[in-house]
Design a protein around this ligand. Sequence first.
Ligand code: ADP
Ligand code: ADP
Length: 232
Amino acid sequence: GVAARTVDLHKTYGLGSAEVRALDGVTLELATGQFTAIMGPSGSGKSTLMHCLAALDTPTSGEVMIGDTALSHLKDKALTTLRREQVGFVFQAFNLIPTLTAKENILLPVNLAGRKPDQDWFDAVVDAVGLRDRLGHRPAEMSGGQQQRVACARALVSKPSIVFADEPTGNLDSTSGAEVLSFLRRSVDEFGQTVVMVTHDAVAASYCDRVVFLADGRVVDEITAPDRETIL
Ligand code: ADP
Ligand code: ADP
């Protein structure tokens, strides 16, 4: 199936001579159970595309579908519910709550949604991400790599339809980055997750099933089953 798609997506910032076409007609299908990298030069529209897909930003025209749901048809309340229940997001800067423990950070989306966590799923995610002995730590007591793994577990805890990661290894050394990428890979292979990641890094993209290249707000190329040499 298709976890998410965009149809002729346009996003324009500013007006008149200051107008910037961040997205200029992006049509993209993201298959369920695939790990996709979005690459392209700075300013090519990668973040804008991710934010539109994740319902964090509204396109100027075109459509975003998460599963069978067209986002343009949803009112604010339904969008908030969809964001909470069907979309996971991992940011470059981790974005954990400093006063909460790792466990409390991971369970935050479930608690905000007023739902009971699925204990088996929580345990599987925590074990897969290697955080069992860190659950009581606050972010300041963890390394960057550990914090990003907490953020990954938080993104997965609601069993979202799709997880978006915006340069998740951008602030990490290569060892911590590899741990985060291995976990995202496992979440696809073992849990059937769908993951979309913006990255500048060919090594990171080599963990993916597919790489989509953007330039000037358009999809200009794509490759499947990349290896490092084809990306570099
Ligand atoms: P990338 O993630 O590939 O670096 P972005 O999606 O961040 O690209 O940006 C695409 C284009 O849209 C750039 O020209 C950028 O300057 C512009 N842009 C992004 N966000 C805004 C904004 N909030 N206001 C005005 N222009 C923006
Ligand atoms: P990792 O191998 O996950 O990258 P590190 O080697 O960076 O972890 O950290 C080793 C240990 O030091 C871990 O137990 C971690 O909790 C702790 N630690 C790392 N950074 C900090 C920090 N800024 N403050 C407190 N403890 C830290």
